[in-house]
Design a protein around this ligand. Structure first.
Ligand code: BTN
Length: 256
């Protein structure tokens, strides 16, 4: 395993394991979760050989970007676990806006977007024990220093990086610290504070709400207006018939 960084650039009580190459930081953090590693263990890697995205997709993971997974042992039910992703998305967008001044936004459920292109994403996985979450792993991938030419032709139509957007090379360590400190703040808000504040912050930072969207889920595709986010982190879409649909998984495309 890699270096354990001293506290100072990580929230109090949390620790960072930093590695060069891994298959997936989420896989490593899930294994650590099974081995009773403590809450707040952060796995960081320079590159991943089998980075995973949502819905079984690959997450292309060359050197230079952020790949990190946070092991959490939250006192929430599995039904509430979607809120971990919502919490992480709020934390990442706030940290990225503060660090770069870019108008980074959240596309439901967990895409970090800038100028209509994807900058990063979040993959939350968990293990339950009885009615509770035994542990959860929040995996965050952010395209930091990839250049336009580094993206495949297929990806360059839909993906971007902080370097492409700002024209500057972004220092990684300071940004990671900022993201972790935001995550710690909003995680405490989720578990001990005011959940409505997180949901309101998500709504404020989202590019999805109020837009005409096309939803593609496992079973169906439909269009409507993305009205709001409910208390469980699900998207409420109003169809032209007036019927409201509750969406808990799927892809969103803006149609107009
Ligand atoms: C998505 O938008 O599809 C989610 C992408 C999540 C990627 C990150 S990179 C760090 C962590 N390890 C993984 O294998 N996936 C997540």
């Amino acid at each position: 395993m890699g270096r354990i960084k001293t506290p100072g650039d990580v929230p109090a009580g949390w620790s960072v394991i930093s590695m060069d190459t891994v298959d997936s930081t989420n896989t490593v953090a899930m294994e650590l979760g099974e081995k009773d590693a403590p809450h707040g263990t952060v796995v960081l890697a320079d590159r991943q050989t089998k980075g995973r995205g949502r819905l079984g997709r690959e997450w292309v993971s060359p050197t230079g970007n952020i790949y990190m997974s946070i092991l959490l042992r939250p006192t929430v039910t599995p039904a509430d676990a979607a809120l971990l992703t919502i919490t992480a998305a709020v934390a990442c967008v706030r940290a990225l806006r503060e660090a770069t001044g870019l108008q980074v936004e959240i596309k439901w459920p967990n895409d970090l977007m800038v100028s209509g292109k994807k900058l990063g994403g979040i993959l939350t996985e968990m293990k339950s024990r009885g009615p509770r979450v035994f542990f959860a792993v929040v995996g965050i991938g952010i395209n930091l220093n990839s250049r336009a030419a580094d993206f495949s032709p297929e990806l360059s139509a839909t993906a971007t990086s902080l370097r492409v957007e700002t024209g500057e090379k972004i220092p990684k360590t300071a940004l990671i610290s900022r993201i972790l400190s935001e995550i710690r703040f909003w995680y405490d808000e989720l578990t001990q504070g005011d959940r409505d504040r997180i949901l309101d912050e998500w709504r404020r930072l989202s590019s999805t709400l109020g837009r005409d969207v096309r939803i593609t889920s496992v079973n169906e595709t439909f269009e409507g207006v993305a009205e709001t986010l409910d208390k469980e982190g699900r998207l409420i879409v109003r169809l032209s018939s007036g019927i409201r649909k509750v969406v808990s998984a799927g892809d969103v495309a803006m149609v107009r």
